[in-house]
Design a binder for this molecule. Structure first.
Ligand SMILES: Nc1ncnc2c1ncn2[C@@H]1O[C@H](COP(=O)(O)OP(=O)(O)OP(=O)(O)O)[C@@H](O)[C@H]1O
Ligand SMILES: [Mg+2]
Length: 228
C-alpha cells in the first residue's frame, strides 16, 4: 500500500471572487522509504499539495489518502489525532517553541500523545543524538544556529515515529553548508530507518540529493523523475 496517494486533487482559492487554481488535478503515489522532492516555480502549488497531504488543508476536489485512510472521512478531532500519530512536519521557519529547550521541544508531541515522561525524555535525547545535537539538548532555540534549530525540528517530527515526514522548504533559511548537512542527515535517516521524506525545495543542491523529483507547474505534475 502506498503511504500517500492523491487522486485528482484540485484546490481553488477564492472560488467566488477571482479564483486561483492552486492545484489542477494531482495524482501522486508515494511509497514507504521514498526520499522525494516536490519542485516547481513559485506559486506552482507545492505548499498547497503538502498541506493537503498533511491534513492541514482540504482539497476542493479529489482525495488525499494516507496509509489507506481518506483524510476527508475524518472529523476535525480525528484528523488532529491522525496527524499526531502518522505525520511529522518540518516547516520553513523551524516553528520551535522559544521558551522550551531542544529536548523539551522534541518531547512536546510525545507528551501530547500521553506517553510517560521518562519515555519522552529518553527518546527525545536519543533523537537529538541521532541528528547530531547530543551536546545541545538543554539549549533554547535562540542559542542554536538555524541549521541546528532545523535539526531539532526534524528530531521533533520523528518523535512520534510517523509514517512519513513532510518538509516545506526545510532549507530555505539555511546557508549552503547547513543545507547540505541537514540533507545528509535526512538522507541517512531515510537509508538507515527507511523513514519516508517528502520535501519541497527551490534549492538545486537539495534537488540533487532527492531520489525522486516531482515537478509541479501550474498546479499539475509536469515531470516525475526517479533516479537510482
Ligand atoms: N490562502 C490562500 N488564498 C488564496 N490564494 C492562495 C492561498 N494560498 C496559496 N494561494 C495561491 O495558490 C497558488 C499556489 O500557492 P503555493 O503556496 O502552493 O505555491 P508554492 O509552489 O508553494 O510557491 P512557493 O515556491 O513560492 O512557496 C499561488 O498562486 C498562491 O498565490
Ligand atoms: Mg511554498
Amino acid at each position: 500500500m502506498a503511504v500517500i496517494e492523491t487522486k485528482g486533487l484540485k484546490k481553488t482559492y477564492n472560488p467566488d471572487k477571482v479564483p486561483v487554481h492552486a492545484l489542477n488535478g494531482v495524482d501522486l503515489k508515494i511509497e514507504k522509504g521514498e526520499f522525494t522532492a516536490i519542485v516547481g516555480p513559485s506559486g506552482s502549488g507545492k505548499t498547497t499539495l503538502l498541506n493537503i497531504i498533511g491534513g492541514l488543508d482540504e482539497p476542493t476536489e479529489g482525495t488525499a489518502i494516507v496509509k489507506g485512510t481518506d483524510l476527508s472521512t475524518l472529523s476535525d478531532s480525528e484528523l488532529i489525532k491522525f496527524r499526531l500519530q502518522h505525520i511529522g512536519f518540518v516547516f520553513q521557519a523551524y516553528n520551535l517553541i522559544p521558551v522550551l529547550t531542544a529536548i523539551e521541544n522534541v518531547a512536546f508531541i510525545m507528551q501530547m500523545q500521553g506517553r510517560p515522561s521518562k519515555v519522552c525524555h529518553d527518546k527525545s535525547k536519543a533523537l537529538l543524538e541521532e541528528v547530531g545535537l547530543g551536546d545541545k539538548i538543554n539549549k533554547r532555540p535562540s542559542e542554536l544556529s538555524g541549521g541546528q534549530q532545523q535539526r531539532v525540528a526534524v528530531a521533533r517530527a520523528l518523535s512520534s515515529t510517523p509514517d512519513f515526514v513532510l518538509a516545506d522548504e526545510p532549507t530555505a533559511n539555511l546557508d549552503s553548508v547547513s543545507s547540505t548537512d541537514l540533507l545528509d542527515m535526512m538522507a541517512e535517516l531515510n537509508e538507515k530507518e527507511e523513514m519516508t521524506f517528502v520535501f519541497s525545495t527551490h534549492d538545486q543542491r537539495v534537488i540533487d540529493r532527492a531520489r525522486r523529483v516531482v515537478t509541479l507547474v501550474d498546479g499539475k505534475i509536469d515531470k516525475d523523475e526517479t533516479r537510482e
